[in-house]
Design a protein around this ligand. Structure first.
Ligand SMILES: *Cc1c(COP(=O)(O)O)cnc(C)c1O
Length: 409
């Protein structure tokens, strides 16, 4: 595999700015906050041009210079495709929106955008000599971890809340992770990993507790900008759990501006949560920089059922700096948007993706999103992983076929 130059200069505590050396094993900073990877952006900008990208494969490894992996041999490839941006013209005219675009992340390996972050985390784990990883998950992250770690010969322990979607539990276990169901929340699973890691020799792959998943999620921002010919949409609606994707895209836009590939325009970043678990929305509304843990979290959108996010202030900073907002939608609105998108546009969203459509509909009505804005929704996983309420009818071959019945169904 071809080698690329890398431009990582150091890591930095996202809270205190304290500098940490690259090429060493790191979890959270001493302040207990996420570490961010920093690059020599001057050198990066000189080393690669927009045109260079054109001859590369349509996969997110095309952004190698923006990523921390030094040796190509450490990369496990499962087909990290660039995901399509789908138009939604019928919803657009129905709700009076400038333009609705849906970034369909369900096309990635293991059927969700968790593959972006995990592909990077696992490549870096290989690079740094890690042999065992552990993770709390609501489902998709564990599935991606199981797949990439099996491919990379890294042993994996995955802890899920017991009400994690059944298909997620099965894919995690089937793809080789030791899989445990916990009668609590993802934060309880995180505690099991945190308290056990020393004795068990685990590397903690929790969201934002290692520095590299965010670099993988950053490729969403690089990719969407390239796909829009180095423009950004007016508004991005992002279903926010741990917030890695929102923080990662924000980082991508800043890096792209630093090397002169995009201007100073930013999308208004909208963090979408469910009414039954909306810690970021509460903090946004109350004007605080940190979010209080949400008590009794409950929503059908399991990917955003995250009662406490270690990167809360990074989400809130990005939302505020971008002039965006945080908003909660009800499970009823999620269910309605899910079905509406499937039946009008033929696009099968995941419930979290449906939450972004529900938020768009709600906020076009409230006026917080304007009718001339170009809006990008994030569908983070394939809808095929989730239950669908559907109506169907039975035909008994032991009787004459009743075409009138069929016509009138
Ligand atoms: C993980 C996940 C989310 C939340 O993503 P974060 O970047 O952690 O906020 C949303 N939707 C789905 C389907 C997910 O799996």
């Amino acid at each position: 595999m071809k080698e690329y130059p890398t431009f990582v200069s150091h890591l930095e505590c996202s809270y205190t700015g304290k500098v940490y050396p690259a090429d060493q094993l790191h979890g959270l900073s001493e302040a207990g906050k996420p570490l961010l990877v920093k690059y020599d952006l001057d050198a990066l900008g000189k080393a690669i041009s927009k045109d260079d990208l054109k001859s590369r494969l349509p996969e997110f490894w095309r952004y190698r210079e923006f990523l921390p992996v030094r040796k190509s041999a450490n990369i496990v490839r499962l087909g990290e495709v660039m995901t399509p941006i789908l138009p939604a013209p019928k919803l657009q005219s129905r709700y009076g929106c400038g333009e609705i675009l849906i970034k369909d992340e369900g096309r990635l390996p293991t059927g969700s955008f968790k593959a972006r972050g995990i592909a990077l985390a696992v490549a870096m784990a290989k690079e740094l000599g890690i042999t065992t990883m552990a993770m709390p998950t609501n489902g998709n992250a564990g599935a991606a971890l199981a797949a990439y770690c099996s491919a990379a010969d890294i042993e994996t322990y995955v802890f899920c809340p017991e009400d994690t979607p059944q298909v997620n539990i099965e894919e995690i276990a089937f793809q080789g992770a030791k899989t445990f169901l916990v009668n609590g929340y993802i934060t309880d699973c995180g505690r099991i990993v945190g308290e056990g890691k020393q004795a068990m020799g685990w590397f903690d792959a929790s969201t934002l507790k290692e520095p590299y998943r965010i670099e993988g999620k950053k490729t969403m921002g690089l990719e969407l900008a390239e796909q829009l010919d180095w423009e950004v949409p007016d508004v991005i609606l992002y279903p926010t759990g741990g917030g890695t994707g929102l923080i990662g895209m924000w980082k991508a836009f800043n890096e792209l501006e630093a090397i002169g590939w995009i201007g100073s325009k930013r999308p208004r970043m909208v963090a979408v949560q469910a009414e039954g678990c909306a810690p970021i929305v509460k903090a946004f509304d109350e004007g605080t920089r940190h979010a209080e843990p949400w008590v009794n979290a409950s929503t059908i959108a399991s990917g955003i059922r995250v009662p406490a996010a270690v990167g809360d202030f990074l989400i809130l900073d990005a939302v505020r700096e971008s002039d965006g907002f945080a908003v909660a939608v009800s499970d009823e609105a999620i269910i309605a948007a899910h079905e509406e998108c499937a039946k009008t546009e033929g696009i099968l969203l995941c419930p979290e993706g449906a939450a972004t459509l529900a938020a768009l509909i709600q906020e076009l009505a409230s006026g917080r999103i304007k009718s001339d804005e170009q809006v990008m929704l994030f569908n983070c996983a394939t809808g095929l992983k989730y239950p669908m309420q559907s109506e169907h009818h039975n035909i008994d071959l032991g009787k004459p076929i009743d075409y009138d019945f069929i016509r009138n169904c």
